[in-house]
Design a binder for this molecule. Structure first.
Ligand SMILES: Cc1cc2nc3c(=O)[nH]c(=O)nc-3n(C[C@H](O)[C@H](O)[C@H](O)COP(=O)(O)OP(=O)(O)OC[C@H]3O[C@@H](n4cnc5c(N)ncnc54)[C@H](O)[C@@H]3O)c2cc1C
Length: 395
């Protein structure tokens, strides 16, 4: 594994860095007064700016609006975004999951119809996988689709659907053959969220946001040309989506963590413990050093995962190792921040006494979901046990 950039990669990095310095919004993290809808509209505009500048979908094919560049350049893109502290893009699931799935499994017509609008954020996507009784055991899902002429008729319920309230389209997994073994009778459909019979109910999280939702489907008609891959082979398509979610999701995360680490060190210099800056307390120093070492481990693991994808074209089980590591590390770092801040760590951005505009209070609460989303830590450990260590299945 060679961690040095090639001449082309360095040129790409410098070009994008200069573009970001000119175009990336600077004040966005501290905009306290805007509503969720206003904030989302801001993120959509930002993604559109990236798209118009030719910077969306770095490794996607040129014919569908991408840049046709290498995966390493895609990684550099995310790293530069994180280094610049640029806002995230609005269409997180469209870019990270649905697009790569369509590139791998979609028909030519589906690629032409959907990919560009994912990149430009003209159409926002959500992921309709989990149900009230099917999360880790995704194959146990019950939402059914019955063939009726040229349409599938969908009935059932999804839950924890991130961005459901803002989405135009959904990558939906449904049961099309109830008689088949549970992994075999599933199909993936592309569903227009404005179809009659869909109801989205936001769920309020402990951060105060309603990032995710319940989505109900009552006799929703989906044209047969919106099937992705083969009918009843949806498990393979859904697993491809999840491998991308675990494999390439958060390529810039280690840079974001590095920035958080710098903020933590700054905090430790300003907060006082026993009459001295907390940074002089040996216990605090140990904890900060541990976080620093773990961020470096995360970087090395990430490079290993990316070299694998570069060599094979698909994410491998390293994605599961990485998923456990980044999610649990974030929780540990947020915990150290709370220990440093004491009661101030609980103030959100609306309170003038909050530190970093309430970013630590928000970060601590939001981090709890990290070890659940995209597959829980227990499930990732099962995957590593089976596929990496070759142990027998535990379930
Ligand atoms: C922030 C966030 C965003 C999300 N966004 C989406 C989204 O956009 N779309 C979507 O479809 N879903 C989404 N989800 C749902 C997520 O995929 C599920 O919550 C997750 O797969 C776990 O499923 P569950 O909640 O049903 O828990 P369960 O599967 O019921 O698990 C409960 C507990 O049992 C453990 N467990 C279960 N099975 C095993 C086993 N075989 N071995 C060991 N332990 C086991 C789990 O690890 C967990 O601790 C999101 C979740 C979060 C937190």
């Amino acid at each position: 594994m060679d961690l040095n950039l090639t001449a082309d990669e360095t040129q790409f990095r410098d070009e994008f860095r200069a573009w970001l310095a000119k175009h990336a919004p600077k004040d966005w993290e501290h905009r306290r007064d805007e509503t969720v809808e206003q904030h989302f509209a801001f993120l959509k505009t930002w993604q559109r700016t990236l798209y118009d500048g030719g910077w969306a979908g770095i490794s996607w094919p040129r014919e569908y609006g991408g840049r046709g560049a290498s995966l390493m350049q895609q990684v550099i893109f995310w790293q530069e975004m994180a280094l610049a502290g640029a806002p995230p893009m609005a269409n997180v699931l469209g870019l990270g999951l649905v697009g790569p799935t369509l590139i791998a499994f979609g028909t030519g017509a589906q690629k032409s119809r959907f990919l560009r609008k994912i990149l430009s954020a003209e159409e926002i996507w959500c992921q309709g996988f989990s149900e009230p009784n099917a999360g880790s055991d995704l194959a146990g899902l019950q939402t059914e689709a019955r063939l009726d002429g040229g349409h599938y008729v969908v009935n059932g319920q999804k839950v924890w659907t991130s961005y459901g309230w803002a989405s135009d389209w959904c990558e939906l997994v449904v049961r099309t053959d109830p008689a088949a073994p549970k992994h075999k009778g599933l199909t993936v459909l592309l569903v227009d969220m404005k179809s009659p019979g869909i109801e989205v109910r936001p769920l309020r999280q402990m951060t105060g946001e309603s990032e995710f939702n319940e989505v109900f489907f009552r006799d929703v008609r989906v044209p047969v040309e919106n099937v992705v891959g083969q009918v009843n082979k949806g498990w393979d398509v859904a697993m491809g989506t999840l491998m991308h979610e675990r494999g390439t999701f958060g390529a810039g995360l280690q840079i974001t963590y590095r920035r958080n680490m710098d903020r933590l060190v700054d905090l430790s210099r300003t907060i006082r413990r026993g009459g001295k800056p907390a940074s002089q307390d040996p216990v605090v120093r140990q904890k900060l050093a541990q976080c620093y070492a773990e961020v470096q481990i995360m970087r090395a693991n990430q490079m290993r995962a990316f070299s694998r994808i570069s060599a094979t074209g698909v994410p491998g089980p390293e994605g599961s190792i990485q998923k456990i590591f980044w999610s649990e590390l974030n929780q540990r770092m947020q915990q150290v921040a709370q220990e440093l801040l004491g009661p101030y760590g609980q103030l959100d951005g609306r309170d003038d006494r909050s530190v970093d505009h309430g970013a630590w209070s928000y970060g601590y609460l939001r981090a709890r979901g990290n070890t659940i989303e995209a597959g829980t830590s227990e499930i990732q450990r099962n995957i590593i046990g089976h596929f990496v260590l070759g142990l027998p299945r535990s379930y």
